[in-house]
Design a protein around this ligand. Sequence first.
Ligand code: NAG
Ligand code: NAG
Ligand code: NAG
Ligand code: NAG
Ligand code: NAG
Ligand code: NAG
Ligand code: NAG
Ligand code: NAG
Ligand code: NAG
Ligand code: NAG
Ligand code: NAG
Ligand code: NAG
Length: 845
Amino acid sequence: MLLFSPTPSISPLQPFLVLLAATAFLPLLANAQLPTFPESFPSPWRSSSSDDNDDGWADAYARARELVRNLTLVEKVNLTTGTGNQADLCTGTTGAVPRIGFRGLCLQDGPVGVRYTDLNSAFPGGISAAATWSRSLLWRRGEALGKEFRDKGVDVQLGPVVGPLGRDPAGGRNFEAFGPDPYLAGVSVAETVRGTQSAGVIASVKHYILNEQEHFRGGISTNIDDQTMHELYLWPFADAVRAGVGSVMCSYNKINNTFACENSYVLNRLLKNELGFQGFVVTDWGAQHSGAISAVSGLDMAMPGDGPPNNGYGSYWGGALTEAVLTLAVPSWRLDDMVVRILAAFYKVGRDTEQIDINFSAWTNETVGSRYWVAKMGNTTINQHVNVQADHAELIREMGAKSAVLLKNVNSALPLRKPKSIAVIGEDAQDNPNGPNACVDRVCETGTLAMGWGSATAEFPYLIAPATALEAQAVADESIFMNIKSNWDLDAARVAASNASVAVVFVNANSGEGYVTLDGNFGDRNNLTLWNGGDELVKSVAAVNPNTIVVIHSVGPVIVDYMKTHPNITGLLWAGLPGQESGNAVTDVLYGKTNPQGRTPFTWGKDAKDWGISTLINSTTDEPQQDFAEGVFIDYRYFDREDIEPSFEFGFGLSYTNFTYANLTTILQDSGPYRPASGMTDPAPSYGGVNMDPSSALMPEGFEKIPRMIYPWINNASLPDTPNIDDVPMSSAPGGNPELYKTVYTIAVDITNTGAVPGVDIPQLYLSLGGPTDPKVVLRGFDEVPLDPGQTKTVAFNVTYRDLSNWDTDAQDWRISSFTKNAYVGASSRDLRLQTELFIPEYLS
Ligand SMILES: *[C@@H]1O[C@H](CO)[C@@H](O)[C@H](O)[C@H]1NC(C)=O
Ligand SMILES: *[C@@H]1O[C@H](CO)[C@@H](O)[C@H](O)[C@H]1NC(C)=O
Ligand SMILES: *[C@@H]1O[C@H](CO)[C@@H](O)[C@H](O)[C@H]1NC(C)=O
Ligand SMILES: *[C@@H]1O[C@H](CO)[C@@H](O)[C@H](O)[C@H]1NC(C)=O
Ligand SMILES: *[C@@H]1O[C@H](CO)[C@@H](O)[C@H](O)[C@H]1NC(C)=O
Ligand SMILES: *[C@@H]1O[C@H](CO)[C@@H](O)[C@H](O)[C@H]1NC(C)=O
Ligand SMILES: *[C@@H]1O[C@H](CO)[C@@H](O)[C@H](O)[C@H]1NC(C)=O
Ligand SMILES: *[C@@H]1O[C@H](CO)[C@@H](O)[C@H](O)[C@H]1NC(C)=O
Ligand SMILES: *[C@@H]1O[C@H](CO)[C@@H](O)[C@H](O)[C@H]1NC(C)=O
Ligand SMILES: *[C@@H]1O[C@H](CO)[C@@H](O)[C@H](O)[C@H]1NC(C)=O
Ligand SMILES: *[C@@H]1O[C@H](CO)[C@@H](O)[C@H](O)[C@H]1NC(C)=O
Ligand SMILES: CC(=O)N[C@H]1CO[C@H](CO)[C@@H](O)[C@@H]1O
């Protein structure tokens, strides 16, 4: 941990506080009442004295620096700026450096597969991936995604998602992420990033930060206190950074009234200093609102590059950034830092050996067409239709099955065993008659729901509808098979159900990205009930069949309490957003080929009001404000504090077998005291090569411009003239001070399968930090434990310093409070079976 050069007694944040004292607070925006935050300059760079830290970045930095030394000013700028919306083949493409044969970087949506192409796979959504609670499946999903992007020629995958975290259960894009618990989201994102980047593709974790709703996302200010920021929303980003993520995408919204992509507090101070992020920050598409300000505030790449300003460059950056460097509005070391960060991410994941030509165009499925799409130029072969699916269908099916959460199972109604007859009921079990991709960006409610809508979509290569797979199973079992396709023909549903030994009703609830509205839902859900008359359908079937199984495909919780209590509803399964193998996966679970191991990654309340959150839907001002006044009390933390009984609590899920827990033991590890990060960086490195003569930054004579493309050259050599920056505080290691991740306690428990069939248990470790403003319990560990009947295994959880700490706003660091700490191991956030107190040694408190 040789992070620190000369002055180890200085905390990395102290000099910032000095800076702040000097510059006081941000000049207030239009309205003096609006929340603001302290500015944080300069933007941190990697110090060569941090190269000793073996996190995989040091070598990448060395190589990036060597290349940047060889680049001219305009070449550097080219790598920071997108060439414009639909200018090139990918969702976003940076400028290139043709002189050395370095192509523009290809950035492509999205988190469940390569968007806008063909012969790719469609993976389970983030929320379903998290529901497996399986580190190995999360890693394998990340790896498979990474390989598909790699094999299409993509450099940067725009995913995974941990923002939104899921403050509001109705939030439109929650399904892209891993649920509202920061620990589960943190483990999930870290495994995904490691998997993806192992395939040689840069992951871009998004949306940083507090993009918790779709309404007003382009202008809302989410106002949040420092402790909540650290303990809840920043937490999983720290895990992503610690996992080595190469890129972070800043979000559309404002945080304390400054846009995320020009917010020096969240970019410079939190992300790059405190979390020690070494890669590059890229904007969400169109989320840049300033040139020099975003540059000095910590932004490294602008996408898609073109933008509203009428400055003669069609972009906040491109030529405008070159000009800003030449006039010293942006220090040249800041530009060097941007490019070094971009190239370091490139080398870190091995793009230099893994890169192949881009094999597709995001803008057309025709084989031959315009390479420069918006300019309608460069007619050539642009879609090679490369099949990148490999054997990923098997993983998707496995994950689809293992992410299903069995919420209710009365009298072993499930698994099904060759029923005499089965009625499959509901539109959600069916194919979309026009094909699984009939609705652009999946903005429709036809057929079974297997992914939400918006930019987090990919084309399905195929989609196995539940009815298709269940019919094949019925044929194999010689069961009579009935299929009712409409949600609205309740008579037909009742007739089929009353004639069947089991009725399986499929229903759903959807949400998506707010650039488009579906059934009046502007991305965020208007309610938490089922769509397409699903509740009426379930009630009609359950009224006539005493063995009714309900399967829900949804983006998050729906109100199911009546299903929980209805005597005729014997089974309830949440099948999430399973991706292309939907029908096969759900059949595997319903028929017991896969013993369910999913645990719900969010709480199921009885009423929408139970969560105590409401999304800001209506605003009468141009500057809508959303105070996150509930602090860390979202989802189960809120239900616990308010003592509200949910239908199903966070972490809950049944198996076809039972598990018991015994022998809780704790071992205090010799972690030693916590040492705060300290020290200063070396002076900002400059990589030469910058010719500050403006005439060197003019477009070369005879260069053939492609219309509407963004270039790095300046328009005019006559330009108007600033100081060098001395040392700044040291960045921490990726993920923040490594001391945070020291194991303080190891907690072990014996788990036994007491049932009759093999199964996988997900034992969960919760801690109570004990303070009056702490949640009752917080998740701090889990494991995936396969057990044969009668088998016992000992499972151990490591509890780190961070796990036991609170963010201390005064100290600007993590501290273990003096309140009594308790550890619980159980089967859910409310089924805490074993408990023990954790004594904190004096040197830690
Ligand atoms: C952001 O605003 C909130 C609400 O006014 C305030 O509590 C918090 O301290 C501000 N954040 C920072 C970093 O100043
Ligand atoms: C930089 O340029 C020098 C001189 O042209 C060359 O020898 C070297 O290989 C270049 N380095 C990189 C990383 O391109
Ligand atoms: C910048 O990138 C564009 C698009 O790839 C390319 O045409 C241009 O030559 C590049 N400029 C420089 C200075 O390399
Ligand atoms: C290509 O896209 C068009 C619409 O953009 C669509 O109608 C057509 O079905 C697609 N073709 C293939 C083979 O996917
Ligand atoms: C593009 O090229 C193809 C084949 O080379 C040709 O058939 C087609 O007409 C061209 N399209 C345009 C718009 O030039
Ligand atoms: C909830 O929203 C869905 C989707 O818009 C709609 O189908 C349903 O009728 C709504 N539920 C209620 C109770 O209004
Ligand atoms: C359960 O199903 C039976 C038909 O088998 C029906 O008579 C009864 O009313 C149903 N119960 C409820 C609560 O709907
Ligand atoms: C939002 O405003 C519209 C128009 O004023 C109104 O019809 C609607 O009920 C409001 N919605 C909410 C949730 O307040
Ligand atoms: C699990 O335990 C419960 C309560 O003891 C029992 O009712 C149930 O039958 C058991 N289930 C299995 C699958 O062993
Ligand atoms: C848990 O912590 C101990 C002590 O630091 C370490 O030896 C062990 O490898 C850790 N186990 C895991 C699974 O991280
Ligand atoms: C608990 O630990 C004791 C001592 O190691 C062991 O004999 C016993 O089998 C354990 N109990 C369970 C249920 O694992
Ligand atoms: C023209 C082109 O980009 N071809 C690439 C398409 O993908 C194959 C397989 O990955 C590569 O070998 C080609 O270079």
